[in-house]
Design a protein around this ligand. Sequence first.
Ligand SMILES: Cc1ncc(COP(=O)(O)O)c(C=O)c1O
Length: 299
Amino acid sequence: MPIDLSPAPLSLACLNGVMMPADEAKVSVWDRGFVFGDAVYEVCRIYQGRSWLEEEHFARLERSLGELEIKGVDMKALRGRTIATIKQSDILEGTVYIQITRGVAPRAHAFPNPPVPPTEFIAVKPYDDSPTQKNRQKGVTILSHPDLRWGRCDIKSTNLLANCMALENVKRKGGFEAALVDRDGLLTEATHSSILWVRDGRLEGTPLEENILPGCTRLLADTLTDRIGMKIHDAKIDLNTLMQADEVLLMGTTIEVMPVVKVDEAVIGKGEPGPITRKLQESYKIALREWLEQTVVIR
Ligand SMILES: Cc1ncc(COP(=O)(O)O)c(C=O)c1O
């Protein structure tokens, strides 16, 4: 097979409407995103140069901005700039990161009054799916960890320290993701993915309340389950129950549908991806293929 010697595409950014190499993008140290983590974000997967589930990601971004009362973002213009940055980057397989902060203001806890213009940052970078693809075939191990996050995990804020600490602890022990367990001993979600499980043939997930992020991939799962004649049932379970599930799976923007074959020391099912997980993986592929085959609408 001939070796591809073409240079890897670079990361391209659009900061407050100006395109530049991502490494050259700079913001003020007084930006509230830097000082307080006063910011929200989204990550979309780019397949064949188009952002997948864009409608859902922008709807969630708008909701996060609304919940935090970050005003002054023109959502239509932001979406247009996101599409333009993806196009200009020439990246076909990648991710696009969108972060909006409350803006630059003298350091004070209360929101600036009058409000300042929000900082808008878009970055497109290539994504190599091959390591994840291997994990999707064989399944992964997840390890339990206390959920130390704040009370509004439904807002996709950049306050991710508790998520980072949990994932770091789990990675050091060889785990792929953390199964976060709250103070009442109940499972919430993972550090950057949603958790679903199968018990007695029923696909279940933690109810979409303020303690978890409504994952766009999990929302898509509602359509995927329709295709296989199932639905996602809300359930609050503890770690022991998760360990005894017939199947466990993670869902997220880059991992898509990821089988879990071990939770801590407990082997899940037969220790290999289960039949319902496989069906979900298959319907994910079909949904993606159908979307890619659709005529591209020029906005
Ligand atoms: C805490 C958390 N839960 C779930 C998800 C999965 O969401 P999505 O499917 O939109 O990627 C993410 C994604 O980053 C996340 O950070």
